[in-house]
Design a binder for this molecule. Structure first.
Ligand code: BDR
Ligand code: CA
Length: 315
């Protein structure tokens, strides 16, 4: 599968990149970055940092994208992911990266018509800009798979909104309204991908490879954040789950729903709206993932993220 990963690393984005880079199904054509969990300078260098840890032979290019949402002021999540966006793990290294994520998405769509899956793990700013710049080229994408939105509140950034949709609600609305084949992996589902401290500790027992230490450091920051709210150490694997489903749709059960996105309001921006009134047709029909075989996902996550290329003990 030819993949573009549009991402805002971010701890779970970093884990998702490690997952994808170790996945035999994936041929990653580009990693495009966007402002989200932290600003776009940080998300870009974090993506590069993850590539170095992944130790793959021919790493895909990292290309920086939009630094601000379409219309709103940026909303970051440094309180979740750490000030550097990577649990304090960024090593200070700066490496060459490309500019122009939007152009690169369109170039790849034209170069491989009907072949590219665009996996969006952050706010949808780059994706919406690509759509606005050239809708015909955008329509050449095979599919867009989005981690975002919540159908059944609570949200995770406001009482009713999920972070990626709230951070750029106008982009989310534009992409949702576009005719491209679209699959949404919502927060309702990713909250079932709950990694506990005990589970990670068991996986990591006796494992001292640099990759394992990196993953442990990422997860420990994430655990601390959730512990501060819930009183126990765990985290949600939002972006890795969306990645797994994009690569292996057979892991999941998907339904079709007609959805619209609210773009205004301090709390409502990014809220997913379903019009349940009889006879009304508000919004567009999109595919929404409702269930996933979580045990299989966790097994793949363990094998690929902890033991994938660069771990020193490939399975
Ligand atoms: C999403 O928001 C971000 O903080 C995570 O990286 C994930 O993409 C979950 O709501
Ligand atoms: Ca993300």
């Amino acid at each position: 599968m030819r993949l573009i990963i549009d991402t805002d690393p971010g701890i779970d984005d970093a884990l998702a990149l490690l997952y994808a880079l170790a996945s035999p199904e994936a041929r990653i054509e580009a990693i495009t970055t966007v402002a989200g969990n932290v600003n776009a300078v940080k998300t870009t260098r974090n993506a590069q940092h993850v590539l170095r840890h992944a130790g793959v032979a021919n790493p895909p290019p990292v290309i920086r994208g939009c630094g601000e949402p379409l219309r709103r002021q940026p909303v970051y999540a440094e309180h979740v992911h750490g000030e550097d966006g990577l649990a304090g793990q960024w090593d200070g290294g700066e490496h060459a990266y490309g500019e122009g994520a939007v152009d690169e998405i369109l170039r790849l769509a034209r170069a491989y018509p009907g072949e590219i899956t665009l996996l969006a793990l952050g706010p949808l700013t780059n994706v919406a800009c690509a759509l606005a710049a050239d809708a015909a080229a955008f329509a050449l994408l095979r599919e867009v798979v989005v981690m975002g939105g919540v159908l059944q509140p609570p949200g995770n950034i406001t009482p009713v909104a999920e972070f990626n949709f709230h951070a750029d609600p106008h982009a989310a609305r534009d992409v949702l309204r576009s005719p491209v084949p679209l699959t949404i992996v919502p927060l309702d589902l990713t909250r079932q991908a709950l990694l506990s401290r005990e589970m990670l500790d068991a996986w990591l027992e006796g494992c001292a490879a640099p990759r394992a230490r990196f993953v442990a450091a990422l997860c420990h920051q994430y655990f601390r954040f959730y512990a501060s709210m819930h009183g126990r150490e765990f985290c949600y694997l939002h972006d890795p789950l969306a990645t797994a489903i994009a690569l292996e749709p057979a892991l999941a059960v998907t339904g079709t729903l007609r959805l619209e996105i609210e773009t205004e309001g301090e709390m409502a921006a990014g809220m997913v709206v379903r019009d349940l009134r009889p006879g009304r047709q508000t919004g567009r029909e999109v595919r929404v993932v409702r269930e996933c075989r979580m045990a299989e996902f966790f097994e793949r996550f363990r094998a690929r993220v902890l033991n994938g290329p660069g771990s020193g003990r490939e399975e």
